[in-house]
Design a protein around this ligand. Structure first.
Ligand code: NAD
Length: 486
C-alpha cells in the first residue's frame, strides 16, 4: 500500500486498491503556506465513477448483511488507528490546508468523535415496536441501510467533514463513495488506508478524486440513492435541487455568516479572546467562524480597540511552526478575492480599523492575509451580506439586544450565532428569537459534537435531516414497518 507522503500523482481508491484515473486531467495541490507542490490530484471522469459505483454496489450485497455489532467492531479498531496516527494526520491537514497544527490537532479529535459515535450503531439502529396495535396484532419499525451513498466535501475540514459522513453511513450498513475537495485530497486517502487496515472489506469505502464532473456524475447516477454534501451555498443549492430532482435523499450543508452579539454586561476578556479565535482561527475558513460582531450600547469603542490590539499580536505564518496562530488562506485566487472584499469594504464606507493587507507575512510566498477588522459596517454593505471565508471581521453597532437580534436575523444565512452576556434573561431572549441553528453563549465556536445534529438552516442548509447525531442515523437508514397478526 502506498504511503501518501511519497505519492506525487494521487490515485483513486476503488475496491480496496489504488487505481489510476482514466482521465489525463490533473490539478496541482500546493502547500498554501509555501506554494510548494505537494501532489497532483486527478480530475477523474465518469468512467472512474462507474468503477467506484460497481465496487460499492458489489460490496453492499455482503456488507449490508454483516451483523451490526461486527460492523461496529471494525469502527472500534478504526478509532484506535486514528488515535495512533493523530500527529501524522494533524500534520497532513496543516500541510494541505494551511491551518495551524493546534487547529489541525483539534480537527482530528472531532473526526475521531464521529467514529466513536458511529461505533454505537447497534444501539443507534434499533427500531421500535408496539405489541398490540389492535387485538392480536403487533407493529414494529426496523431500520435498514439505503445502498451506495455519495459524499462530497469541502477543503476547510479535510478530516472532520468526511468523518461526519462515511463512518456513520458505513456503520449503518451502506457503502460509500467519497469525492473529497480537489484542494485538500491527501488526508482522505490516508483515512481510507487506515480504515482498510482496521479490517473494512474492499469496496465499502471508495474515493474518487475530482471536481464538478464527478459531483454531477454522482447527482445523476441512478444507483446512488443518497448524497451528503458540505460546501459553499451556490453549490449546495445546485446539489440539493439536482439530487432531489433525480429522486435522491440529499442533505446539503452550506455557507454561513455567523454573528456574535456582545452585551454591555459581558465579560470583556472572555468576549475578546473568543471572538479573536472564532474570527481568525483557521484563517476564518470555518463555516462556524465569527464574521460579524454586533456591539451593543456604549461598549463598542472599547470592544473594537481591544479586538484590534489582540489582532495585532497574532502570529502569522506557516502553521507547522510553533506559536503560529494564523496560517494562509487556501489558494492565491482566494487571497485575491479576499483583498478585493477589503477594497469593497473601504469603498462602501466601512471604517478599516485594522488592515491585514500590509502585514509582513503577506510578502511570503504562501497565501497570507493578515487579520482585518472593519468597524461601522451596515447591513446594506456587501461585506456584511457575503460569506468572505477569510480573516475579515465586521463590527456593526446597535443600541440594544432586540435590535441586535433583528439585525442578525436579516442575514440570508442561519448557521451559528453567539451571545456574550452575564444575563440569563438575555440568553433566553436570544435562544428563543435568534434565527440560527447552532448557538453559543460566552463561547466562540459552538460547533455541536458528533452526537448532536449540525443544524444550520435558511441558506446554510438544504434538506431536512442534518449531519451527525440521530439525524445522521435517520438519513443513512430506511425504515420498514411490519404489521403482523398471529
Ligand atoms: P465548494 O462549494 O467550492 O466545494 C465543495 C465541494 O463541491 C468540493 O468537493 C468541490 O469539488 C465541489 N464543487 C465546487 N464547485 C462545484 C460546482 N460548480 N459544481 C459541482 N461541484 C462543485 O466549497 P469549499 O470552498 O471547498 O468550502 C468552503 C465552503 O463550505 C464555505 O462556504 C463554508 O461555509 C462551507 N462549509 C459549510 C459547512 C457547514 O456545516 N455548513 C462546513 C464546512 C464548510
Amino acid at each position: 500500500m502506498s504511503s501518501i507522503t511519497k505519492v506525487e500523482a494521487l490515485k483513486n481508491f476503488i475496491n480496496g486498491e489504488w487505481v489510476e484515473s482514466r482521465s489525463d486531467q490533473t490539478e496541482t495541490v500546493p502547500n498554501p503556506a509555501t506554494g510548494e507542490a505537494l501532489a497532483e490530484v486527478p480530475l477523474s471522469n465518469r468512467e472512474d465513477l462507474e468503477l467506484a459505483v460497481e465496487a460499492a454496489e458489489r460490496a453492499f450485497e455482503s456488507w449490508s448483511q454483516v451483523a451490526v455489532p461486527k460492523r461496529a467492531r471494525i469502527l472500534f479498531r478504526y478509532q484506535q488507528l486514528l488515535v495512533d496516527h493523530w500527529d501524522e494526520l494533524a500534520r497532513l491537514i496543516t500541510k494541505e490546508n494551511g491551518k495551524s497544527y493546534g487547529e489541525a490537532y483539534g480537527e482530528v479529535q472531532r473526526g475521531i468523535e464521529c467514529v466513536e459515535f458511529a461505533a454505537g450503531a447497534p444501539t443507534l439502529m434499533m427500531g421500535s415496536q408496539l405489541p398490540d396495535i389492535a387485538s392480536g396484532i403487533e407493529s414494529g419499525m426496523y431500520r435498514y441501510p439505503i445502498g451506495v451513498v455519495g459524499g462530497i466535501t469541502p477543503f476547510n475540514f479535510p478530516m472532520m467533514v468526511p468523518c461526519w459522513m462515511f463512518p456513520l453511513a458505513i456503520a449503518c450498513g451502506n457503502t460509500f463513495i467519497l469525492k473529497p475537495s480537489e484542494r485538500t485530497p491527501l488526508l482522505a486517502n490516508r483515512l481510507a488506508e487506515l480504515f482498510k487496515e482496521a479490517g473494512l472489506p474492499d469496496g465499502v469505502l471508495n474515493i474518487v478524486h475530482g471536481a464538478r464532473d464527478i459531483v454531477n456524475g454522482i447527482l445523476e447516477h441512478e444507483r446512488i440513492p443518497a448524497i451528503s454534501f458540505v460546501g459553499s451555498q451556490p453549490v449546495a443549492e445546485h446539489v440539493y435541487k439536482t439530487g432531489a430532482g433525480n429522486g435522491k435523499r440529499v442533505q446539503a450543508l452550506a455557507g454561513a455568516k455567523n454573528h456574535s452579539i456582545v452585551l454591555p454586561d459581558a465579560d470583556m476578556d472572555i468576549a475578546v479572546t473568543n471572538i479573536i479565535n472564532a474570527a481568525f482561527g483557521s484563517a476564518g475558513e470555518r463555516c462556524m467562524a465569527c464574521s460579524v460582531v454586533v456591539a451593543v450600547g456604549d461598549i463598542a469603542d472599547t470592544l473594537v480597540e481591544r479586538l484590534v490590539k489582540e489582532a495585532e499580536e497574532l502570529t502569522i505564518g506557516n502553521g507547522m511552526e510553533e506559536n503560529v496562530f494564523l496560517g494562509p488562506v487556501i489558494r492565491q485566487s482566494h487571497k485575491d478575492k479576499t483583498l478585493q472584499y477589503i477594497d469593497i469594504g473601504v469603498k462602501e464606507g466601512a471604517a478599516l480599523a485594522r488592515d491585514g493587507r500590509n502585514d509582513q507575512a503577506c510578502e511570503l510566498p504562501g497565501y497570507f492575509v493578515g487579520p482585518t477588522i472593519f468597524d461601522n459596517v451596515k447591513t446594506d454593505m456587501k461585506i456584511w451580506k457575503d460569506e468572505i471565508f477569510a480573516p475579515v471581521l465586521s463590527v456593526v453597532r446597535v443600541n440594544d439586544l432586540t435590535e441586535a437580534i433583528k439585525l442578525t436575523n436579516q442575514s440570508d444565512f442561519a448557521n451559528g450565532a453567539c451571545l456574550f452576556t452575564d444575563s440569563a434573561k438575555a440568553v433566553r431572549q436570544f435562544r428563543d428569537t435568534i434565527d440560527a441553528g447552532m448557538l453559543g453563549v460566552n463561547m466562540g465556536v459552538p460547533a455541536p459534537m458528533a452526537f448532536f445534529p449540525f443544524s444550520g438552516y435558511k441558506k446554510s442548509f438544504y434538506g431536512d435531516l442534518h449531519a451527525n447525531g440521530k439525524d445522521g442515523v435517520e438519513f443513512y437508514t430506511r425504515k420498514k414497518m411490519l404489521t403482523a397478526r398471529y
